[in-house]
Design a protein around this ligand. Structure first.
Ligand SMILES: N[C@@H](CCC(=O)N[C@@H](CSS)C(=O)NCC(=O)O)C(=O)O
Ligand SMILES: [Fe+2]
Length: 235
């Protein structure tokens, strides 16, 4: 059973890009936040928000995604008053440009913005006010991390972001990534500090690993990045 003061929390999945979208809401006021909605699943998510009687205030992107088109622009057309948000360092347009330490409030809860660059310049981690959970975007993935070979990627910056921001959260803080490709859903700070095969290494070795991932580029990168600079609304 969830603690009475814990927000409503749902983890939603988009299977083509293996993206997680998160919905959080205050149980009393019904004010809600959505994190990383995907264009293809906007109808599902809007229906769900309506079914739960939520007042969706803000749709936040953890960064300018390269692998899928964000749903924030489309969602704004369907939900009156909804605002989009992204880091001011992302280069993307949105109603709210976020900076380190900003608070996104929903009812009695809030998400605190922590800048965690390295995968991209504008990556943020959103930490729930009581530090019981955090949304790491592509900075930290479960037993992995975001690639650093495009979009201003820098393994040195990513290593610093994870060690100095994410790994400083409480050991039992639940970490929810923007993607998982192996069916995993959640991890903790303690688990990743102990078992992350990349981030448990010294910086020099981490840089070597990241420089030699040799991953193919995301299939949609040439469509997704320009669209995501405009809330996902460019055809
Ligand atoms: N195959 C997928 C793209 C997979 C990919 O590159 N994922 C990114 C996160 S989305 S920008 C990543 O950082 N992966 C790190 C890793 O170690 O897998 C597609 O074509 O969309
Ligand atoms: Fe990404």
């Amino acid at each position: 059973m969830a603690k009475p003061e814990a927000p409503i929390f749902r983890q939603l999945f988009e299977s083509e890009s293996s993206t997680y979208t998160y919905l959080l809401a205050d149980r009393d006021t019904k004010e809600a936040v959505i994190i990383d909605p995907v264009k293809e699943t906007v109808d599902r998510d809007v229906k769900f928000v309506k079914e739960l009687g939520l007042n969706l205030k803000i749709a936040v992107n953890t960064h300018c995604h390269a692998d899928h088109v964000t749903g924030t622009g489309l969602m704004k057309k369907q939900i009156e008053g909804l605002k989009s948000a992204i880091s001011k360092h992302s280069g993307a347009s949105a109603d709210v440009q976020l900076s380190e330490g900003d608070k996104i409030t929903f009812g009695k809860h809030c998400l605190i913005v922590r800048e965690t660059p390295g995968h991209t310049d504008g990556c943020i981690t959103l930490v729930l006010g009581d530090k019981s959970m955090a949304f790491t975007g592509d900075a930290l993935l479960i037993r992995g991390c975001g690639r650093t070979d495009f979009q201003q990627g820098s393994p040195e910056r990513l290593y610093k972001s994870i060690h100095e921001v994410v790994f400083q959260l409480p050991e039992d803080c639940l970490l929810y990534p923007a993607h998982d490709y192996k069916g995993q859903t959640v991890t903790t700070v303690g688990e990743e500090r102990k078992h992350n095969p990349r981030l448990t290494k010294k910086l020099e070795e981490f840089v070597k690993i990241m420089d030699n991932l040799n991953l193919p580029k995301p299939k949609k990168i040439d469509i997704a990045v320009p669209a995501n600079l405009l809330c996902g609304l460019q055809d």
